[in-house]
Design a protein around this ligand. Sequence first.
Ligand code: 26Q
Length: 813
Amino acid sequence: MTTDKKRVAEIKETIIKKLKRDFGRTLENATDEDMFQAVALSLRDMMLERLAGAELEIEEKRLKRLYYLSAEYLVGRALVNNMISLDLLDEYKAVMQDIGYPFDRLENEEFEAGLGNGGLGRLAACFLDSLSTLNLPVVGHGIRYEYGIFRQRIVNGEQVEEPDDWTQKGDVWEVERREEQVEIRFEGDVEENWTENGLNIIHRNYQAVMAVPYDMPIIGYKSHMPATLRLWKAECPAAFDLHSFNKGDYMCMLKQRELAETISKVLYPEDDHIAGQMLRLKQYYFLASAAMQSMVRDHKKRYGDIRTLPDKAVVQINDTHPALAIPELMRLLMDEEHMGWDDAYGIVSRIFNYTNHTVMREALEAWPEQLFKSLLPRIYAIISAISERFNQKLWQAFPGDWDRISHMSVIAYDEVRMANLCLAVCGKVNGVSQLHGNILKTRTFRDFYVVFPEKFTAVTNGITMRRWLAVSNPKLTALIKDCIGDGFLIDHTELQRLKPYTEKKRFLEEYAQIKAENKKRLADYVKRTQGAVINPDSLFDVQAKRLHEYKRQLLKVLHILHLFNRLTQDGSFEMPVPVTFLFAAKASPGYGKAKDIIRLINAVAELVNTHPAAKDKISVVFLENYNVSLAEVLIPAADLSEQISTAGREASGTGNMKFMLNGALTIGTMDGANIEILEQVGKENIFIFGASAQEIANMETGHIYRPKALFDSDKNIRDAVSRLTDGTLSAGDSRRFEGIYNSLLYGDYDSADKYFVLYDFEAYGAAFETALSVYAGQSDWMKKAALNTACAGFFSAERAVEEYNRKIWRLRE
Ligand code: 26Q
């Protein structure tokens, strides 16, 4: 460790002072919480100082700024990440050692900010970190959910959800900015009056809610320009309280308060499919309006003239959830700034850009028109006008083609469609991997591509090297530093300098040693947190991601049943190495099929882990409550990374990149970013299998897939699938998994095995067998693993963000 002794002494001094002044404690009698708070506050001081400096720089240099709008931010814990970003990790470790306080106790004291469901939310967090690292000015706008993604417990093999009360001890990193609150209006009547000054809009009888911003500085690595994560909390307006109170309507006042505060109460745990709740729409408008009001206010304060907005601001909307920002900005420009439609639209159409994250039909956001109209009357009127004008434009492109036009229309068939709104207005629309970008052009938004080819682009996702290597895998980080210095933490082209080392025996031994230690670390963690025992000498095969049919956890389960069949029935069958199958996945609470699959995984675990002929060869563990903190322990311990979605369905995946970076080999389909991982590492260093996106699409359009025929003709499939209902997995009830069984084999041709699990079954088995035999010849495996690390630089979020900047944002020009 090369620590700055003076800094160490200063930090220690600050912590002692914080303990005394903020908590009335000393090092001797501080509780764990006091200690965490004091250390965090010492970091926070430095972060806020930088934030102030950055604001000044933006002001002085009149820098263009990115407004990143997202309903989700899966930030995770911040303590160690902040130490690394400030380049003070070693110093803090030295201080804690000096004080005699275990560093990991400090880490574990922090609640993680889990304000997201999965990939989309984590991407937003990685991007803020990387934007700051590149010193690009950005404000991320989001919702300060009081309850983030639920905590998952497994009880009797089933998922049980518990509330995630992450702010119960307050959030040390945030700064409340009450003076910057804005008012958001719902419902009511809108009156339009033409006066000599143009259109005058009066909104009456609305329900007002206050949005109060809480700013969290996100410090990029060695950056002088922190990103601001501005999270909005809903509150009841004080004036409104008074008003009710005067009328003596005390109960009504409390009720209104509760209703207002409900808006930012909880993150909706549905990842990818909509159930049209009113409250969700309220949340999205709340976010959009607060963000736009704050952006406009900021610009006017700084530059005076709202007309220069597009030179100084650009907005990226993270999927369609914040898309109401588009009509909201129109509203602000017309109703508040008194611009005409054309001028306002001219500005709006230069500012917005949209990232799509999913091609699943059921995830395309659409709201019932009547509900929308009554909740947001003015916004509805603006969207109607956008829709009408857009349809006129389409009429010129496709004269007479009503079918196509109504398909592309923003409002049609009693629905308001958010993706179409984005396609109509945004300057750029991007996919999150190359394959996904192409699918958007050729399938999902095909008709739009014909009219606006110039709007479409693709930027492959990325991950931050700090969180997913430096924070989560300190040992590997140290080894890499020894070889190539620490440039790789900031410059994504550096990591490949590791390639020559993968030829060196000594390096590979150290690499293998680190993997073994990380596996031990995970085994200890699992023992401690859920009491399960796993063999650190087995191959760790990991599938960690949200539970979704298209991600095909079921394919892996059926394959485990197949291995179980062979181990118990075929005396000559040997596993070349023992394997531990690790699953981690949350299911949306309303997604019954996903919950059944969790139940199934646990039933298979019980079967396999106790059977004398199987238990020393294979074992299955379901890890509870997958979140960022668990990912940080799990991913560095993985040998094999399962990325086995039905081709064409996983827009990109980002877990796949994290596993690769940490030296797991991928077993995967030609889907999302897996294709680009293959391009980076070469086909020798990845296990690719299964139907391509094109083959899947052909089977779908031809209606030719017959899973039952595969079941009848393929004994391995039949024997594995039959386990679902033959009583082996009774879990007390032999009909428990009949639903899964039936959905694989029966239903209409289009709905039986909709995700082609049985179609890819044999190919998966073959790929897995190849992986096992390579693993059994250890040294070659480690070389491949190290090559995966060395080739992961492309997946740095700085590369992704630079690409966005070049193609879309044009900051710092
Ligand atoms: C849909 C309708 C109405 C309201 C909300 C939603 C909704 C909510 C969450 C739609 C989608 C999501 C989340 C999507 C998501 O996380 N997608 C993932 O994004 C990652 C980052 O780009 C990709 O790597 C993953 O492939 C993709 O699944």
